[in-house]
Write a protein that binds this ligand. Structure first.
Ligand code: NAD
Length: 283
C-alpha cells in the first residue's frame, strides 16, 4: 500500500505557482488577485477562508476577504460580486459555501464573471467541463486528478465509483473521470446497495461527510481509495469518510485525512487564480 501524500504534492504546486507569480510580475507587472466573500460566522468556513488568505499571501497574490453578517441580503452580496467583477486587480472571485438558507446560492454563483470563476461553479464553466472544453474546474476534483497524474495512476478503461454527487465534489469529479475515459458510477444517499458498487471498483472516490462510511468489506483488494471527506469527531480528531485503518491494507494507493485531498484543494485554487491572471496578462 502506498500513501498518496497530498501535503507534499500541494507544497510542490504552491512553490511552482510562486515562481510563476514572480515571472508574471517581472514580465507584465501583474499581481494575481483573489477576492473571497464570506457570509456568516460558521467556524469551519472562517477557518477555510483564513487558510486560503494565508496561502495567497505566501505565493505573492493580492487578496481581499469581504466578511458579511448572516443577516445580509441577497442584493448586497450581488452588489459586492458585481464590484469585484469590475475590479481590474481581481482575477478570481470565490464565494465561500455554504451560504445562509435565505440566500439563493445558485443565483449568487451565476453573478460571478465566468472569467473570474476560479471555483468553477458557474454554469458556464460547468458546461465547458462537461463538454471537455477549457475552463475553470472545481478545485477539489481537480486536485484529485493531479494526484492521479503525479502517482501515475491510469484512468482509461478503469471502473471508478464516485460516492457523493454534490455540485462541488461528486458531479465535477465524475465529469473529469469521464473525460479521462474511465467508466464512472456515481452513487449517493439514495443508492440502494452502495457496497455492490464500491466492491467491484478499481478506484473509489468518496466525498460524503460520513465518518467510516467506506469499510474494508466494501473495497476490492488492490483498489485505489481517495477520501475527500472531512469530518471533525467529538474528541476533536479530523477524519475522512473511509475507515482508514481497516481499508488501507487492502489498497494499492490511499489518501490520508488530514494530509490528502484537503491541501490539494487550496493548491488548485491558487493554480486557477494564476490561470485567470495569466489570461488578464494576455489581453
Ligand atoms: P454535500 O452534503 O453537498 O453532498 C454530500 C453527498 O453525499 C450527496 O450527494 C449525498 O447524496 C451523498 N451522501 C450522503 N450520505 C450518504 C450515504 N450514507 N451514502 C452515500 N452517499 C451519501 O457535501 P459536499 O459539500 O459535497 O462535501 C462532502 C464531503 O467532502 C464533506 O465531508 C466535506 O467536508 C468534504 N469536502 C472536502 C473538501 C476538501 O478539500 N477535501 C472540499 C469540499 C468538501
Amino acid at each position: 500500500m502506498q500513501l498518496i501524500d497530498g501535503k507534499t504534492l500541494a507544497a510542490k504546486i504552491r512553490s511552482q505557482v510562486k515562481e510563476e507569480v514572480e515571472r508574471l510580475n517581472d514580465e507584465s507587472e501583474i499581481v494575481p488577485g483573489l477576492a473571497v466573500i464570506l457570509v456568516g460566522d460558521d467556524p469551519a468556513s472562517h477557518a477555510y477562508v483564513k487558510m486560503k488568505a494565508k496561502a495567497c499571501k505566501e505565493v505573492g497574490f493580492y487578496s481581499i476577504v469581504h466578511e458579511m453578517p448572516d443577516t445580509i441580503s441577497q442584493e448586497e452580496i450581488v452588489a459586492t460580486i458585481e464590484m469585484m467583477n469590475a475590479n481590474p486587480r481581481i482575477d478570481g472571485i470565490l464565494v465561500q459555501l455554504p451560504l445562509p438558507p435565505h440566500i439563493d446560492t445558485e443565483r449568487i454563483l451565476e453573478v460571478i464573471d465566468p472569467a473570474k470563476d476560479v471555483d468553477g461553479f458557474h454554469p458556464y464553466n460547468v458546461g465547458r467541463l462537461v463538454t471537455k472544453l477549457p475552463g475553470f474546474v472545481p478545485c477539489t476534483p481537480l486536485g484529485v486528478m493531479k494526484m492521479f497524474e503525479e502517482y501515475g495512476i491510469q484512468l482509461q478503461g478503469k471502473d471508478v465509483c464516485v460516492v457523493g454527487a454534490s455540485n462541488i465534489v461528486g458531479k465535477p469529479m465524475a465529469a473529469l473521470l469521464l473525460n479521462a475515459d474511465a467508466t464512472v458510477t456515481v452513487t449517493h444517499i439514495y443508492t440502494r446497495d452502495l457496497a455492490a458498487h464500491t466492491s467491484t471498483a478499481d478506484i473509489i472516490i468518496v466525498g460524503v461527510g460520513v465518518p467510516g462510511l467506506i469499510k474494508a468489506e466494501m473495497v476490492k483488494e488492490g483498489a485505489v481509495v481517495i477520501d475527500i471527506g472531512i469530518n471533525r469527531l467529538e474528541d476533536g480528531r479530523l477524519v475522512g469518510d473511509v475507515d482508514f485503518d481497516a481499508v488501507a491494507p487492502k489498497c494499492s494507493y490511499i489518501t490520508p485525512v488530514p494530509g490528502g485531498v484537503g491541501p490539494m484543494t487550496i493548491a488548485m485554487l491558487l493554480s486557477n487564480t494564476l490561470q485567470a491572471a495569466k489570461a488578464r496578462a494576455a489581453r
